[in-house]
Design a protein around this ligand. Structure first.
Ligand code: NAD
Length: 378
């Protein structure tokens, strides 16, 4: 069955769903029903963050601007990536409930979103009953799952805690989603799952050789998404990000070298570079990751998708690119190599391009400029 609204084909329901189980079907039907109930909106709410205004100019609005209204739960929605997605969902007219225990997330990240109609529920994803009660009440069509223990060193120091949050917490999210037939879009990681790049850029079937419990717990969580799809017919997908950077990443945190270097540049202090600085990563702008989430939420794609740029950038390349924005010197302070650090990785996003229409739009120079500007305003 093809359903058209304002000349757009919304879904092809009958044939592709033949043989699917009730949870997947329920998601598909509620998606179509919700969209048909709502009048078209051409423009979202006022007050979006600068990054998204910039991002729109960079070409990321089109489908997302077109009318829709979904109920979305965003776990970890007060964090760096999650809060940027929350703003984009509100902007296109969706109803958003954020679930976050505010460990690394910040209320200030969602203040504007709350003013724009989002709701924040302070809860821990380890509390399965709290999630089930909330999902029964909200009955979301889609769940974007960002909440996680993301500190690699902590995952080594307290591996059971890392697994409790990243594996059991994810299972709790899947259980709650299953009860209401919501689609689940999971935030996963490319580099931390693949380990040292044997093929660069690495495709999704690159060997999984995590170098830390964090990568292992994220990989295990992906396995449960696949299992819930096979066993229960739940609609699930995992997005494996490269190194995400952009507005709201913590410049004082342990992760996120770009945010840290931006902070150093503004303070006039030296960026610390470990080893020879030639280690490469795939740096992907947060607006592109948000676009990938929107596309994944709207699709029926399943499995795992790399979300990156396919390009390797070294730590010294970053210093060099940022130097152009420094008033004075911006010379690195060299420090001994950190043992066990991955040397080279980048992600092949061909599958995401083909199945989700994903294409990274913000190049490193533009992304660095936007990020610097946002750190300056803090
Ligand atoms: P973040 O720390 O800013 O966001 C995580 C959010 O989850 C925070 O708001 C935190 O308060 C919340 N949270 C943590 N534990 C929770 C719990 N037990 N219950 C409820 N909420 C909890 O990190 P981020 O960089 O925005 O990462 C978001 C997701 O993307 C994570 O799943 C992470 O593994 C994944 N990811 C991030 C990157 C990156 O480069 N930032 C790369 C690959 C994957």
């Amino acid at each position: 069955m093809r359903i058209e609204l304002d000349g757009r084909v919304l879904e092809q329901v009958a044939d592709p769903l033949a043989g699917r189980s009730s949870a997947g079907l329920a998601h598909q039907q509620s998606l179509v029903a919700e969209r048909l109930r709502q009048p078209p909106r051409l423009r979202g709410l006022a007050g979006s963050v600068d990054s998204f205004d910039r991002h729109e100019q960079a070409g990321h609005r089109s489908e997302a601007t077109i009318a829709r209204h979904m109920k979305a739960v965003v776990t970890g929605g007060a964090g760096f990536i999650g809060s940027n997605l929350v703003d984009a969902l509100l902007e296109r007219g969706d109803e958003v409930v954020i679930v976050d225990n505010l460990t690394t997330g910040k209320r200030e990240n969602v203040e504007q979103a709350l003013a724009n109609g989002a709701r924040l529920v302070e809860a821990d994803i380890r509390d399965g009953q709290a999630l089930r009660d909330l999902f029964e009440e909200v009955r979301p069509g889609v769940v974007f799952h960002f909440a996680a223990q993301i500190d690699v060193r902590r995952s080594v120091a307290d591996t059971p805690l890392d697994a409790m949050i990243n594996v059991v917490g994810t299972i709790n999210v899947l259980e709650a989603a299953l009860a209401v037939g919501a689609r689940v879009v999971n935030s996963s990681t490319g580099g931390a799952i693949y380990g040292e790049g044997k093929i660069i850029p690495a495709p999704e079937d690159h060997p999984a050789e995590p170098e830390a419990p964090y990568g292992q717990s994220k990989f295990a969580a992906e396995g449960y998404l696949e299992l819930y799809r096979r066993l229960h017919g739940l609609s699930t997908v995992s997005l494996r990000y490269g190194n995400v950077y952009g507005p709201r990443q913590d410049p004082l945190g342990e992760a996120g070298v770009i945010a840290i270097f931006c902070g150093k540049l503004i303070d006039g202090t030296k960026p610390k570079v470990f080893g020879d600085g030639k280690q490469t990563r795939d740096y992907v702008f947060v607006g592109d990751v948000v676009a990938a989430n929107l596309a994944a939420g709207d699709s029926q794609a399943t499995g795992s998708f790399n979300i990156g740029t396919g390009k390797q950038t070294s730590v010294l390349d970053l210093v060099e690119a940022l130097r152009a924005h420094a008033d004075g010197d911006f010379e690195p302070e060299m420090a001994p190599e950190r043992p066990g650090e991955v040397q080279h990785i980048a992600l092949d996003y061909t599958r995401a391009r083909e199945e989700l229409g994903f294409e990274p739009k913000v190049g490193l120079d533009e992304g660095l400029e936007i990020t610097l500007e946002s750190v300056r305003k803090r």
